[in-house]
Design a protein around this ligand. Sequence first.
Ligand code: PLP
Length: 326
Amino acid sequence: MNGSFKEVPRIRFAHLPTPIEELGRLSDALGGPRVFVKRDDGTGLALGGNKTRKLEFLIADAIEKGADTIVTAGAAQSNHCRQTAAAAAKFGLGCVLVLNGHKPDGASANLLLDSLLGAKIVWVERREDRERVQGELCAELSTSGKTPYFMPYGGSTPIGTLGYAFAVEEAMKQGLDADWYVFGTSSGGTHAGLVLGARLFGFRGKVLGISIDESEEWLKARISALASEASELLGPRVEVRPEEILANDAYCRAGYGVLTDAEIEAVGLFARTEGLLLDPVYTGRAAAGLIDLARKGFFKKSETVLFWNTGGQPALFAEKYQPYLA
Ligand SMILES: *Cc1c(COP(=O)(O)O)cnc(C)c1O
């Protein structure tokens, strides 16, 4: 099938394929279903994570367009920003990160790594200010003779989405016949890619995103549009409709990055049954959803769930989570 796609620039630097492992002790603790994990926390770039798959396409696009500076955005503990800073460093590009929040006195976790990786950090007060400031910074860079590459937060453009479309091909080749893909969804690129990949490569299971911060309605509209648009980069448009997107927003009521008992339980349960580390913001919340849905009998005991570990573990070391996790 691969050969029939249009050629899209990609630089291969992720450690792929990421392993699939069975989580037998976790499945036992839940009383079913059978749970496996796709280790996308091990993609190899500066502690890894899901953004690395997107960056294989985004960095290739930036270089093809002659860009010399990447301008992207995120939260203070953004995994996307950390991986983007690393990819920029690896390919000799400048990197400017627009982060929302207040500059802390001491940088920890992802924020510490951003500086270590040579990124320039610009703080904005509110999340809604990020995109405007990114645009202003790009204009300033252009005026000073640079060639900026505007990368939306999360790297969730149609180009970035391709990373997860091909991840489905990769997972299917690994031979696990999963009934469900379960993962955390936020800016939508991971989810859109998995949905598109499922269509292109004939995955017969269901693709269920657990929302980290957005409403089900927003996610359905956003992800269907992103998947459809991304498909056009590879060939004829695949029309994905909002009602085809499975997104559950029941676990994000506390707000982005707010740790509740559910995330604390999930991080602890995965750690103690499997020695597997989740992160407090994304995979911890997604796993809390998986655990609750399993307990409610949403998944059949005979079914197989593939949980995508999208990374984010550096945030375990963020100062703000220490009182909860220690
Ligand atoms: C960004 C991120 C996600 C969500 O991916 P999107 O493509 O933004 O929806 C999930 N898990 C982790 C660890 C992330 O950093």
